[in-house]
Design a protein. Structure first.
Length: 313
């Protein structure tokens, strides 16, 4: 007697999958650093199933990785390894999550916020600034200017997060001059800020790149600083490195996972499921969360952008 062939469904793996979402870079060394971060985090937390994907420029790609994770685990915890919330965090990642939810309704997909401007990031910046200042010829903060240099964006909220970090750094250090500069999209740029600080009498300048991992922009920053050394031979420059492997970054990611698992209030990205994000996308605009979600919206979504997080890393 012949029996019909039964198609066996792929068994769902119990437990959670933590999916790291990195930006991705045209510079492969930057992607390799994010892969190294994932490997270090797995070694640090063997109790977690940790996978990695990229928004652009490198495999595995976000949408495919989300589907793979959703099909093989009961719950996916999506954790962006990104400093500022511009278009990728507010638009592309939530859209990919929504598509994966439609394709895999049997599982649960939760989306955490980006790393944000917060005290742990401030602690990293303060530590790096202190080391750079102490390594200068005259470790005097009153004559040492500071430039916090980050990726520019057409999203005012993302630029505002950096402005907040610069202000916090000013208030918690003895430096009289802490300025903000951007590598692209918006202003001011590094060269103009350095020019102003020199005119204001700064004899030493510390450049703090606000970047997690290396890439074409980080490499450009170091070339710019070398050029500035030649342009201002009377000024001593120090330039710190990117900071994606600091202990605070691992701790922030672990806190995101713990908060999602516990259902902590505000543990999920506000743009996840926000109807105004969808409207902004349809209109071709950016999406600012300077607002809350319980009142009428004004023009916070009117931010056309060519590349949300600034130029590709």
């Amino acid at each position: 007697m012949n029996h019909p062939i039964m198609m066996q469904a792929t068994p769902m793996q119990a437990g959670d999958t933590v999916l790291i979402v990195g930006h991705g870079s045209r510079e492969e060394s930057g992607n390799d650093e994010i892969r190294e971060f994932a490997a270090l985090w797995r070694a640090r937390r063997p109790d977690l199933r940790i996978e990695l994907c990229f928004i652009e420029f490198a495999p595995p790609e976000l949408n495919a990785a989300l589907l793979d994770a959703a099909r093989s685990s009961a719950r996916v915890l999506v954790v962006p390894l990104i400093l500022n919330a511009a278009g990728h965090v507010k638009m592309e990642i939530p859209e990919a999550v929504e598509q994966a939810r439609l394709a895999c309704p049997q599982g649960q997909i939760l989306l955490a916020p980006h790393l944000t401007a917060c005290d742990p990031i401030l602690a990293i910046l303060k530590r790096r600034l202190r080391r750079a200042t102490n390594a200068l010829d005259m470790p005097d903060p009153t004559t040492t200017g500071v430039v916090l240099l980050g990726r520019g964006s057409s999203d005012r909220g993302a630029n505002g997060e950096m402005a907040k970090m610069a202000r916090w750094l000013l208030e918690e250090s003895d430096h009289e001059l802490v300025d903000l500069a951007f590598t692209g999209i918006t202003w001011p740029r590094l060269e103009r800020v350095v020019q102003r600080q020199v005119l204001q009498g700064m004899r030493q300048i510390v450049v703090l790149p606000y970047y997690l991992y290396t890439g074409t922009l980080v490499q450009r920053i170091h070339r710019q600083v070398e050029h500035l050394r030649g342009q201002y031979p009377q000024v001593r420059f120090a330039c710190t490195e990117h900071f994606g492997f600091e202990k605070e970054i691992f701790e922030l990611m672990e806190q995101r996972v713990a908060d999602l698992r516990a259902g902590v209030t505000d543990s999920r990205l506000p743009c996840d499921g926000c109807s105004y994000r969808e409207i902004a996308h349809d209109l071709g605009h950016g999406h600012s969360h300077a607002h809350t979600h319980d009142h009428a919206h004004g023009n916070d979504h009117a931010h056309p952008h060519s590349h949300p997080e600034g130029q590709p890393a």
